[in-house]
Design a protein around this ligand. Structure first.
Ligand SMILES: Cc1ncc(COP(=O)(O)O)c(C=O)c1O
Length: 389
């Protein structure tokens, strides 16, 4: 099965004697052993098979097979949320006294792991700047074990040259972890550029319909074995129901991502040069500073865009309230278009200076372009501009 779309649909668990066409749901906490000897051998890991759904379940296994096929890695492990995946991509590979270099432009709770949790176990973190390659080189120390990056970043949509970062990791013998949540494997394959582990919040585009939480870590067999053992022990495994939803959702990822990209790109072009807009950020726009890097490593520009509204924070908030259709909600990657004002919500706990360091400006509005008709998305935005003049 060569093509992405086909693998996303046809990676499926073995059919049961019921001859079902679509994957059934295995809502069971545990599995029955044929006899005492089989129980012993399974616990001793001498033979494979499902024992307990915190370890494995047919639905989570199908999702893991599918995501590793799509990310082109040997293996994958499914977790209860994207944050569980982020933590499971770091914790098994670091110990007291180790050091991590992370992009400063990471999701809020990843930032909390880096700055609050890891230091509790004497694992130190140095932040590097996604726009400044030399800051990565300077941050590496003798005890550095791991590099962590999100590209494109949330919410400013910066990208880093993954090939360059992959080489830096290799030269220094470091593990490279890439949060591929914004691009999805349909638009970007970090493993091709030297990533060791790829992390996902399945809650975003993989579900794509705003229903369930979930996460995944994809990578080589030896590393995923460690991730699996860590989560098995600590408990943040994915529920079979959520795995079933996410695996079904992946069947339509390619068509959905193409439409998300069509709408985001059309909206970005509509807003470029608009009388109510200072600047527009979208990775494939002519004006995007790292366009050559985005084009090198991404198939299309993605489903998110940012713009700076004229009139700063005050107008930004009024604009949000004047929208009729676009949703104000803490998610992205949904069929429904979503609008966020990072300075007054997700990044409000940072000082203005700290926001500046992650390139979040006061008037920045982030839009997750949904799958509604583009004319209706634009009409809603135009009406909100008009109402806040
Ligand atoms: C880039 C990125 N990584 C990780 C996460 C965490 O995912 P979850 O909410 O599924 O735990 C998010 C959530 O917004 C995210 O945007």
């Amino acid at each position: 099965m060569k093509n992405f779309e086909t693998r996303a649909i046809r990676t499926q668990m073995e059919r049961t004697q019921q001859r079902e066409h679509s994957t059934p749901l295995y809502l069971t906490s545990s599995f029955v052993f044929d006899d005492a000897e089989q129980a012993r051998a399974m616990f001793a890991e001498e033979i494979g098979g499902n024992v307990y759904s915190r370890f494995s379940n047919p639905n989570t296994s199908e999702l893991e097979d599918k995501i590793s096929s799509l990310e082109e890695t040997e293996n994958a492990f499914a977790t209860a949320s994207g944050m569980a995946a982020v933590f499971a991509s770091i914790a098994p590979f670091t110990k007291s006294g180790d050091h991590i270099v992370s992009s400063r432009s990471v999701f809020g709770n990843t930032h909390k792991i880096m700055t609050e949790l890891l230091p509790q176990w004497d694992i130190s973190v140095t932040y590097a700047d996604i726009r400044d390659k030399s800051s990565w080189e300077k941050a590496i120390q003798k005890n550095t074990k791991l590099l962590f990056i999100e590209t494109p970043s949330n919410p400013a949509l910066d990208v880093i040259d993954l090939e360059w970062l992959g080489n830096l990791a290799k030269e220094n013998g470091l593990l490279l972890v890439v949060d591929n949540c914004f691009a999805t494997p349909y638009l970007q394959l970090p493993v091709k550029f030297g990533a060791d582990l790829i992390v996902h919040s399945g809650t975003k585009y993989i579900d794509g319909q705003g229903r369930v939480l979930g996460g995944m870590v994809a990578g080589p067999n030896d590393k995923i074995k460690e991730v699996r053992n860590f989560v098995k022990k600590t408990g943040a495994s994915l529920s079979p129901f959520n795995a079933w939803v996410l695996s079904k959702s992946l069947e339509t990822l390619a068509v959905r991502m193409d439409r998300h990209c069509d709408n985001a790109e059309a909206l970005a072009k509509h807003l470029q040069g608009h009388a109510d807009v200072e600047t527009v950020t979208y990775p494939f726009l002519d004006t995007y500073p790292q366009r050559d890097v985005a084009i090198k490593q991404m198939k299309r520009g993605g489903g998110l865009l940012c713009f700076e509204i004229k009139g700063g924070v005050e107008r930004g908030r009024k604009f949000l309230d004047a929208l009729n259709m676009l949703s104000l909600t803490a998610n992205l990657g949904d069929t429904r278009s979503i609008v966020t004002h990072p300075a007054s919500t997700t990044h409000s706990k940072l000082t203005k200076e700290e926001r500046g360091l992650v390139y979040v400006t006061d008037g920045m509005i982030r839009i997750s372009a949904g799958l509604e008709h583009i004319d209706d998305i634009i009409e809603d935005i135009e009406k909100a501009f008009a109402a806040t003049k």
